[in-house]
Every structure is written in structure tokens, then in C-alpha cells.
Design a protein around this ligand. Structure first.
Ligand code: ATP
Length: 406
């Protein structure tokens, strides 16, 4: 269908990039990127009319997203070329042929394209040796200035290298090391680096990539004291096990794995160093709150829990609940990975698996029908009921109603 619309409009249309790479590697990928030689938005609008898709156009970038009725999406771009007036700056953009569009890309393995028009349907375009690099399992840039033009490609190189179990080509590794040595990363805005870190930490297993970032001096760019020394490595490995464990529980509540790993990376830094990183990376306020003050809260609570455990007194379920209930799941998982205290870890895991989801059986409406005036006392009563349920003092609705009357 893509090709038909292209033929109708007299435009050459291609599927490009990650989808083609993964197709040749026989790996699943549902992110389809289409490039049109000519007006991509016009193409998307015609395609949308014929096939009942919504079109979200971004005129500034001459791109569009096709949204199918079932929610499936296809990205459409107009073939363009980019040139960089300054290292690290955002590029100047002009429309161009597919070959130039592919030439602006990061690595040869991402420059493959498949023609969609009827006359050439299915032909593979390989201008820059992408197939041979896929066979050799090599990550290679297209030209010597690639990392200088866009230093975030250094992070991308490591992400693809580790995800695909490839190797940086020798020359590419050499170029990357020179770019690090010459400090080109300093020219990139913090938020762009943060975004690349996010993509790395969201990979199913980010640990090898983190080790590689450290080896190549890229972690040190985030903070000179950020590195995976042995204790951070231990922590990262424990975090990976904990996060995998949590995901197998299928609690219905997702967890932002990357936040747990980022907390681990921060763990060698003190509060003011963390704040420096947060400012430098321009973290959005909601994350800055989590990695700043909230991190301090986790440390304090885990410390208290360890201390209480070391007193050898059994903690009741409601006491554990009260200590941990404010913590978001990511902080809890980090706490579990962090503690070396067996009993504290057991209690945190018991909290995650059993206690965290406990609620009272009666609610505000019941309290109202019992003649209680709404106000802050509702929260207190319901909290007490949860505590009673956690400690096995009530089990039915009637038990709870009786307790409230008392
Ligand atoms: P993923 O499988 O992680 O989605 P992808 O290859 O689809 O990988 P995207 O980040 O979605 O990666 O980018 C889409 C395409 O845009 C890539 O194939 C790449 O060629 C190109 N690209 C993205 N970022 C850059 C960059 N900084 N420099 C050059 N090309 C880039």
C-alpha cells in the first residue's frame, strides 16, 4: 500500500533504518520508519485518506505519524540532508535524495533501505556497506567527523554494540576515543545526553553497556566520580536481579527499570554531586525530585529498617508497612538491591509481594453512612483499618465496621 500511494503521487518511498537492520538480523521490530523523496506530509495525508489513518503532522520537521485505527503507528519523513555549522550544535536541514538522507545517519548498519514503489518493490539499498557490517557484527560510523558532529552518537554506538552483541569497528573505536579525549561531549546539551542514557538504561540488560561507557570514559562525562567501581558493579547486578524478580511477579504495576539503575549509578556520589548532575543533565523536575530528595529518603528508611532488624525484635506487618509505604516501587527495588542486611531485604520483599497492595474493605461512603463527618479523620481511620488487617486483627467487612464503632 505504501508503494501504491508513492506511485500515485510520483514519489519514491522507502522503509529505512532500524526496521531494515532488524529484519536482516531476524529480530522483531515494529517501529516502521518510512522516508519519502519529496513531501512526506503530503504522502502521509494521501495514505491516511485511503486507509483510514489519522495523520499527526510536524510541519517544522516535514515529518508525520500515521496512526492506524488499532493504534499501530508508522513514522513518515521527507528525505533530507543535514549539515552541522558547529560541532555538537543541532543541524541545518534541507530536502534531499534518499542517498543523502541515509548518509546523515549514525552507523552503516542503520543506513539500509528497502524500496516500496511497484517497479522496485523489495530492492535493498545499501550505499554504505551496511550489509557487510551486519555480517561482520561491526558498528561503524560513515565518516571521520561523525562523533564530532553529533557526540551523542557515542552513546548510541555503545547501545547498539551491546544490544546486538556487535563490536565497534577499530577505526570507529579510535574516532570515539579521540572525540572523548578532545572533550567534544562538553558541546552537547545535558538533556540530549540524558535522553541517550535513558535509552541505554531501558535496554533489557543495560549492565554491559554501562561497563563499556565507563571503560570509554563516557560515564565520567556525566560526573567525574561516576564510574562502576566494584561496589557499584555489585549494586547494579543486584538491581538487575531485583528488577527481573519484580517483573516476574506481574503485580500489574509497571516499574521504571531505568530509574533503579540510575539510582545505582548515583550511589557513589554525595547529595551535592547528585544535584550537580541533575542540573547538568537538565532532568525534568519530577525526576530531579526522585533522584534528589527522594533518594535521601530511601537511604534513611533503609537504614532505619536495617537498624530495627539488627535489634532482633520482630517487626509487625503494620510497622513494616508504615515505614515503607511512601516509597515508589523503583525506590523499594533500589533499597532491596542496596541493603546487605538479609532480614531487611526479606521484609522489603514481603512488603512488595504481600503488604503493599492491602486496603481496607470499607471506605469513605461506609464511614459517612455511620454518621461520621468527612474530614482528615477518615484517612486516619482507614489507615488504622489497614494496619489492623495487616496484623491479622480483622478479616471481614463486619470486623472492620465493628472496629470503627468501637
Ligand atoms: P531502536 O531499535 O532503538 O528504536 P533505531 O535504529 O530505530 O533503534 P532510533 O533512535 O529510533 O533508532 O532512530 C531512527 C533512525 O534515525 C536510526 O536508524 C538512525 O539511523 C537515525 N538516527 C537517530 N539518531 C541519530 C543521530 N544522533 N545521528 C544520526 N542518525 C540518527
Amino acid at each position: 500500500h505504501i508503494g501504491e500511494v508513492g506511485d500515485f503521487l510520483g514519489q519514491n518511498v522507502f522503509v529505512v533504518g532500524g526496521f531494515v537492520r532488524d529484519l536482516l538480523l531476524r529480530q522483531e521490530n515494529f517501529d516502521i520508519d518510512v522516508v519519502v523523496e519529496g513531501d512526506g506530509i503530503g504522502f502521509a495525508e494521501e495514505f491516511g485518506r485511503r486507509h483510514g489513518c489519522r495523520v499527526r503532522a510536524h510541519r517544522k520537521f516535514a515529518t508525520a505519524v500515521l496512526v492506524f485505527p488499532d493504534g499501530f503507528k508508522i513514522d513518515v519523513a521527507s528525505a533530507r540532508t543535514e549539515y552541522y555549522l558547529e560541532p555538537g550544535a543541532l543541524p541545518t536541514v534541507e530536502t534531499a535524495s534518499i542517498k543523502l538522507d541515509l548518509y546523515r545517519r549514525d552507523f552503516t548498519i542503520n543506513t539500509l533501505a528497502i524500496a516500496m514503489n511497484r517497479a522496485h518493490f523489495g530492492e535493498l539499498l545499501d550505499y554504505f556497506g551496511g550489509q557487510s557490517d551486519l555480517r561482520e557484527k561491526a558498528i561503524r560510523v560513515l565518516h571521520n567527523l561523525s562523533f564530532v558532529e553529533d557526540p551523542t552518537r557515542m552513546f548510541r554506538a555503545i547501545r547498539f554494540e551491546q544490544r546486538l552483541a556487535f563490536q565497534l569497528g577499530r577505526h570507529t573505536e579510535h574516532l570515539l576515543k579521540s572525540a572523548v579525549r578532545m572533550g567534544f561531549l562538553e558541546k552537547v546539551s545535558g538533556p540530549r545526553v540524558f535522553n541517550e542514557m535513558l535509552l541505554i538504561l531501558r535496554e533489557p540488560d543495560p549492565l554491559p553497556a554501562i561497563a563499556r561507557l565507563d571503560e570509554l570514559g563516557l560515564l565520567a562525562y556525566i560526573h567525574p566520580r561516576m564510574s562502576c567501581r566494584s561496589e557499584i558493579n555489585r549494586l547494579l547486578a543486584a538491581a538487575k536481579r531485583t528488577v527481573d524478580w519484580y517483573e516476574l511477579l506481574y503485580t500489574g504495576e509497571g516499574c521504571q527499570r531505568w530509574q533503579v539503575f540510575f539510582l545505582c549509578l548515583f550511589s557513589g556520589l554525595d547529595e551535592s554531586e547528585v544535584n550537580q548532575v541533575l542540573r547538568h543533565l537538565g532532568m525534568p523536575p519530577r525526576y530531579a525530585e526522585f533522584f534528589g530528595p527522594e533518594r535521601e529518603t530511601v537511604h534513611r528508611i533503609v537504614h532505619q529498617l536495617e537498624w530495627r532488624c539488627s535489634q532482633r525484635r520482630n517487626l509487625s506487618n503494620s510497622e513494616v508497612y508504615r515505614m515503607l509505604r511512601e516509597l515508589p516501587i523503583e525506590a523499594l527495588l533500589y533499597g532491596m538491591a542496596r541493603t546487605e542486611h538479609e532480614e531487611a531485604r526479606r521484609l522489603m520483599s514481603h512488603f512488595v509481594t504481600h503488604l503493599r497492595s492491602v486496603v481496607s474493605l470499607i471506605g469513605g461512603r461506609d464511614l459517612q453512612s455511620m454518621g461520621l463527618k468527612p474530614g482528615p479523620c477518615y484517612g486516619e481511620i482507614l489507615n488504622k483499618l489497614v494496619a489492623a488487617r495487616l496484623d491479622g486483627l480483622v478479616s471481614t467487612r463486619e470486623d472492620e465496621l465493628r472496629l470503627v464503632r468501637r
